[in-house]
Write a protein that binds this ligand. Structure first.
Ligand code: PMP
Length: 370
């Protein structure tokens, strides 16, 4: 039988595994930072209407520039993130992963480098590799905040072409302060100049204001967002960015023509009509996230401050480490995420019932191991 290694694949892909958390059929799934609330019935009906309209035009290619959708996304950001943007500042693609891929195809690539501050969203490094961009790993403090001084020094020394700042950070939940973003942006401009990408996939869940207003006067800054988390639409695959219009023009050099299907555009527009209802679920999830932090601490766990819809908890330094606890929770029917951060696991905020089941499982498991 032919295996991957028998094929003439690129050397940097040899021995690698595809990214992805296990998709297991267990009662409580809190491992991929999904929104646990299905879309409301009213919105489901609106999607059906809008998709029916789109279906009547499927013999034609969709709007290649997704202008109506970008206009609505810009209006959403202007209303919720404290900074006025228009459709020329916004670009959309199939998930923010595709947005990030387009950014790296445009600003990274052969002979270029990108940096992230780890542990962070591992797809930044994986997409870098997929686009032939060399990946550099920058430092964090022990409490998982970015070590600004060390990060500035690393940028000055390594002169990366793309700097990723994930805020709130996955998997730790840590938000990044404006001062840090400004310091890293300035260091990146002095060194090269290079692009700074703020990944705000979890922005709506933060206690803090969005970093979007930092776009003012910073043409090499990009903020990425997604409808996968706050809009409860991970299955839709719709991510977007806000930046200077020149960045939007630049990513169009690498996007595939008609990359956003008419069905995707119609569904996203329907979801945006129901923004207020969906943001109501975000408020519930923020309360549940804060409850998880409190209750895990009461159970004796260490918990990293979280501004996202998930919580990093530990420390499991005993026999088998975090992975043994991950397995014991799974044996109780609760799936959380082992991101490979030694001693730590990550749990997504679910419904109150799912979170209760998770907390019961932690109680049972930690009692066993004590
Ligand atoms: N950025 C971060 C930090 C994420 O955690 C994720 C998804 N887990 C993404 C981007 C990608 O999300 P999507 O492609 O669904 O928009």
């Amino acid at each position: 039988m032919t295996g991957i290694d028998d094929l003439p694949i690129r050397d940097e892909l040899r021995g690698k595994s595809p990214y992805g958390a296990p998709q297991l059929d267990v009662p409580v799934r809190l491992n991929t930072n999904e929104n646990p609330y299905p879309l409301p019935e009213e919105l489901v009906r609106r999607i059906a209407e809008r998709v029916s309209d789109a279906a009547r035009t499927l013999n034609r290619y969709p709007d290649r520039d997704a202008v109506v959708l970008r206009t609505e996304l810009a209006a959403y950001l202007t209303r919720t993130a404290g900074y006025k943007v228009g459709p020329r500042n916004v670009w959309a693609a199939n998930g923010s992963n595709e947005v990030i891929q387009q950014l790296l195809q445009t600003f990274g690539g052969e002979g270029r480098t990108a940096i992230g501050f780890e542990p962070s969203y591992s797809m930044h490094g994986i997409i870098a590799r997929g686009t032939g961009t060399e990946w550099l790993s920058g430092p964090r403090h022990d409490d998982f905040t970015i070590d600004t001084e060390a990060a500035v020094a690393t940028i000055a020394e390594r002169r990366p072409d793309v700097v990723f700042i994930c805020s709130p950070n996955n998997p730790t939940g840590t938000a990044v302060g404006r001062d840090t973003v400004v310091a890293l942006y300035e260091a990146a401009q002095a060194a090269k100049p290079s692009m700074v990408v703020v990944d705000e996939a979890y922005g709506e869940f933060s206690h803090r204001e969005s970093l979007l207003p930092l776009l003012e006067g910073r043409p090499n800054l990009v903020v990425t967002r997604t409808m996968s988390k706050a809009f409860g639409a991970a299955g839709l695959r719709l991510g977007y960015l806000a930046a200077d219009p020149a960045v939007v023009d630049a990513v169009q050099l690498v996007r595939l023509p008609y990359h956003l299907s008419a069905v995707t555009q119609a569904t996203a527009l329907a979801a945006l009509e129901h923004t207020d209802t969906l943001l109501g679920y975000v408020e519930r999830l923020k309360d549940e996230r804060d409850r998880l932090v409190r209750e895990l601490r009461a159970l004796g766990c260490e918990v990293t401050e979280s501004d996202a819809n998930f919580v990093q908890f530990g420390r499991f330094d005993g026999k088998g480490g975090a992975h043994a606890v991950w397995q014991a929770l799974l044996d109780q029917g609760v799936l959380v995420r082992d991101n490979g951060v030694p001693g730590w696991l990550r749990v997504s905020a679910g419904t109150p019932e799912e979170n209760d089941a998770f907390l019961d499982a932690v109680r049972a498991v930690t009692k066993e191991t004590n």
